[in-house]
Design a protein around this ligand. Sequence first.
Ligand code: NAG
Ligand code: NAG
Length: 276
Amino acid sequence: MEMTTLTMVLFLLSMLWSVSHGFVPPRTFRNSLSRSGSNNYLTTEELWFNQTLDHFSPYDHRQFEQRYYEFLDYFRPAENGPIFLKICGESACNGITNDYISCGILKGLVKVVSSILFGTKSKVLAKKFGAAVVSLEHRYYGKSSPFKSLSTENLRYLSSKQALFDLAVFRQHYQESLNLKHNRESTENPWFVFGVSYSGALSAWFRLKFPHLTCGSLASSAVVLAVYNFTEFDQQIGESAGAECKAALQETTKLVEQRLASNGKALKKLFNAGEV
Ligand SMILES: *[C@@H]1O[C@H](CO)[C@@H](O)[C@H](O)[C@H]1NC(C)=O
Ligand SMILES: *[C@@H]1O[C@H](CO)[C@@H](O)[C@H](O)[C@H]1NC(C)=O
């Protein structure tokens, strides 16, 4: 796939926008920022289960292995503690991060409110409620790719609809395995889903689509509205940045566009995207 100028520029702008607003940058970037810290994950121990490749075909029974994680240190099964499902979005999911609410995703009001309600870290949250924390990697990302090659043909099962059913199937699978482990039948723990940005949208949609599978959903900065040619996004960046910074951004964008046209490969290399 060709990375378009627009994608590139939007990416750069969104990085700047993210940083200037205290929003959490994309996970890959965030990981490289915080690699030195050792307390960033509650767990990185990989678990696997067989997922249905196509949830909408009665004939296709192919499966693929999907990666997930569990953190049970604070789980109180005897009290039927809740299960927090942290939905992973459009990047590799390398563990259950411990930065969900603490890392400034929603600085300001929401942070204050959530810290009152939940404590400042999901660990605190889990402890308080005696919850199990689980996280499922999104199909086609990280190690959960159904195919070795991401050819256009192979990408046909990559959709948020399939991903929502992945979550539903995983939720049932995990609940059953938990019941087996604790020697009980048809118990249902209360499930609560969390997500940020794209996974925030999944979190909201999951609650809407499967109200019987979750008691609630936190959809943080959820991108639930698809807008074609979203120029208002740039406008808002311009306003927030102020006149001087806006001019610099526009100048930078122009230069990037010119360089992409004249020597795109060299420019992309600067962002470790030479092969894209
Ligand atoms: C998934 O299914 C395949 C084929 O039946 C099996 O070899 C593999 O062990 C299964 N993986 C898991 C994680 O259950
Ligand atoms: C996007 O919207 C702007 C402003 O309305 C317009 O000038 C531009 O032509 C549009 N671009 C596309 C690709 O639709």
